[in-house]
Design a protein around this ligand. Structure first.
Ligand code: NAD
Length: 298
């Protein structure tokens, strides 16, 4: 069993760290919030007061932080992980961040002699608690193999996407596609309503025809056809619109930096921005159907 340092014990990191404790690892956690640290202690873990204390004694370090700036600071900042961990310490960053920051930190870790992977997740808080997350992993083969046993404890599906940064690339490409397909699905239902076509009939036809997609068949944005979808509980998340907007913005940053043409991704980001600014940041992302309906002329 390993000594694991865990940084960022929030909605996702808290239950992920608890699953590592359950698997028998000695977990020492760090967070800015005292309550988050207390929850880890309740789950059987220990806490650290600073990065130096956490890093100097760890075999493995996992982080689950809000954004790229936090990850750069925690790893490569003055007094960060790279300044205090032993060479050979395995580093796993599971935060969803920009590809550029992921590659910057991975290069700094390599220089310090520490194998590192970027391993963002999908599956949400439910998946983090149940240990059924999907991990999209970027990094060298050896680092991936070293990280796999820890990821197996926290997730169900572990995919090696390629070299450093490709885990983040996979995450934002997938979520850009999801944002676009959700808006497309919502538009189809709004148009159907206008044309007097019963939403259930549209579902029955499109779910077995060429319009079939996950946003329709698993996460249907109107109440009725898929009883488990957030549409049936007044669009309580689920996957909050603010999280979708974060991922769409990361996709746009990456598209600009790499010169990729993603006009529908840009439009999806603009629409989710309006939706969130209208007071729906904490509404499930499929709730954008109400916003699109509102924009339809009477
Ligand atoms: P969160 O805000 O609940 O947790 C982040 C934690 O990091 C907080 O507890 C905060 O106090 C801590 N933190 C920030 N800076 C720190 C520092 N310098 N040192 C120590 N702790 C620090 O967020 P979350 O929902 O757990 O999301 C974490 C990451 O997971 C994000 O990148 C998010 O995009 C990604 N993600 C979230 C979900 C989801 O459904 N919540 C799903 C997939 C991916």
């Amino acid at each position: 069993m390993a000594k694991v340092g865990f940084i960022g014990l929030g909605n996702m990191g808290g239950p992920m760290a608890a699953n590592l404790v359950k698997a028998g690892h000695e977990v020492r956690g760090l967070d800015l919030s005292a309550e988050a640290k207390a929850r880890l202690v309740e789950a059987g873990g220990k806490t650290a007061d600073n990065l130096a204390e956490l890093a100097s004694d760890a075999d493995v370090i996992v982080s689950m932080l809000p954004a790229g700036a936090h990850v750069r600071k925690v790893y490569a900042g003055e007094d960060g992980i790279l300044a205090h961990a032993r060479p050979g310490t395995l580093l796993i960053d599971s935060s969803t961040i920009d590809v550029e920051s992921a590659r910057f930190v991975a290069a700094a870790a390599e220089k310090a002699g520490m194998p590192m992977v970027d391993a963002p997740v999908s599956g949400g808080v439910g998946g983090a608690s149940a240990g059924t997350l999907t991990f999209m992993v970027g990094g060298p083969d050896a680092a991936f193999e070293a990280a796999r046993p820890y990821l197996d404890v926290m997730g169900k599906t572990i995919v090696h996407a390629g070299g450093a940064g490709t885990g983040q690339a996979a995450k934002i490409c997938n979520n850009m596609l999801l944002g676009i397909s959700m808006i497309g699905t919502c538009e189809a239902f709004v148009l159907a309503e206008r044309l007097g076509l019963d939403p259930q009939k549209l579902f029955d036809i499109s779910s077995t025809a060429s319009g079939q997609c996950w946003s329709l068949t698993t996460y249907c944005p109107v109440p009725g056809p898929v009883p488990t979808s957030p549409a049936n509980r007044d669009y309580q998340p689920g996957f909050a619109a603010a999280m979708m907007l974060k991922d769409l913005k990361l996709a746009q940053e990456a598209a600009h930096a790499s010169g990729a043409s993603t006009p529908l991704g840009a439009e999806a980001a603009a629409l989710y921005n309006l939706f969130c600014n209208g007071g729906d940041a904490n509404t499930d992302f499929s709730g954008i159907v109400r916003f699109l309906r509102g924009k339809t002329e009477a």
